[in-house]
Design a protein around this ligand. Sequence first.
Ligand code: GDP
Length: 459
Amino acid sequence: MSDSTTSTDAALRTPIVAVLGHVDHGKTSVLDKVRGSAVIEGEAGAITQHIGATAVPLDVISEIAGELVDPTDFDLPGLLFIDTPGHHSFATLRSRGGALADIAILVVDVNDGFQPQTEEAIEILKRSETPFIVAANKIDTVPGWNPTEDAPVQATYESQSDRVRGDLDEKLYEIIGQLSDRGFSADLYWRVQNFQNNVGVVPVSAMTGEGIPDLLTVMMGLSQRYMKEAMEIDVAGPGVGTVLEVKEEKGFGTTLDVVLYDGTVREDDTIVVGGADSTIVTDVRALLKPRPLSEIRTESRFENVDELKAAAGIKIAAPELDDAMSGAPMRVVRDREIDDVIGEVEAELADIAVDTVEQGIVVKADTLGSLEAMSNALEEAEVPIVRAEVGDVAPRDISVASTAEDPMHEAILAFNVDVLADARTAAENQDVRIFESDVIYRLIEEYEEFVEEREQAQQ
Ligand code: GDP
């Protein structure tokens, strides 16, 4: 084992970045372009594939960003991108009292502007007080656009004809106006002095790669200048993380995909994990990370490691994980009192728990974070909740909904979960409506339409 011998092992971890935005606005393409640029610019293996995340180290960022980034100005190790884009995964990824991601990129299609999921993403970012920058994407689609290889993108922008730049400006200022309507002071990123209080808008094309170096530069600058304290960790300390997914894995049984944001996890560590019914205490049997692409063999996509440091995405194999929940906290016990650690995990879980009332609708969701996002949206829409749980829609949910006093409450909103066959039959028999979607606003819209229909039927 390496450098974990000293008792104070303070270090700066890699800032964690999430990508959000409306469907089809280019979240996946932006992430792919960042990863693709990193592969082209870096030596083979320079970007590190984690479980559920990709690390782009500082030297690769400075290669991509060219003159924009002088690596000697930075002591943060790079950026760790969460691989699953969207506000759903963002909301799931909680850390102690906040969002797991330190920074977010909000992708907005310049042609499409703000859309319902852009609004949802902004609400979630606002609530979690996560600093973000806007990638105003698809600038290559502006008619007459003349792409250049230049970084910064400001030079490309200024080199366009007045007409083309005018067309783009109209779209960009629409986005900037939308941001200021929601209380953010925003501007094109090269006009922003202080990124802590202002949202920088970076014109990009995930297609041509224009603006991607700028995006990386702004994020590095933002983290280094304003968020460095948040990156201070005790590297050798007991690991603290969030469960990304609970997954069955051939040869390993039930495993946890975890984003570790503080400390270290080691093989044989005792860990405490939030479970659906009770808190799980178990011992790490194996720590797994993905094999490098060049080494993938048929028998396993993973390789064993004996220790891993934050920030990292890792797979943990351990007994008795079946009850673990996505979005739940994971903590290493090491030399602390186990009851204290259980207390910490329970306090975190209570912090995410949804308040319910005597009369209301039933809400089911796939993770704690999405349950919380649903409950916030329902609170805003003034819809009360009688029961909120992680998991598929089951017959007992139908029983709860069918005994509602108010017919408007005979409904279940199912976010990104399945409806068990016997639950569906029971719902049909008992006139309980189930709404299913992986888009929050759609569920709420459909529920509101249902309320209207029932109200009209009553008159
Ligand atoms: P997501 O749903 O937000 O992840 O969006 P995707 O990354 O899947 O992109 C949606 C569509 O837009 C795809 O067909 C992409 O090829 C296209 N697209 C994404 N970024 C750009 C861009 O910068 N320029 C152009 N012309 N098309 C893009």
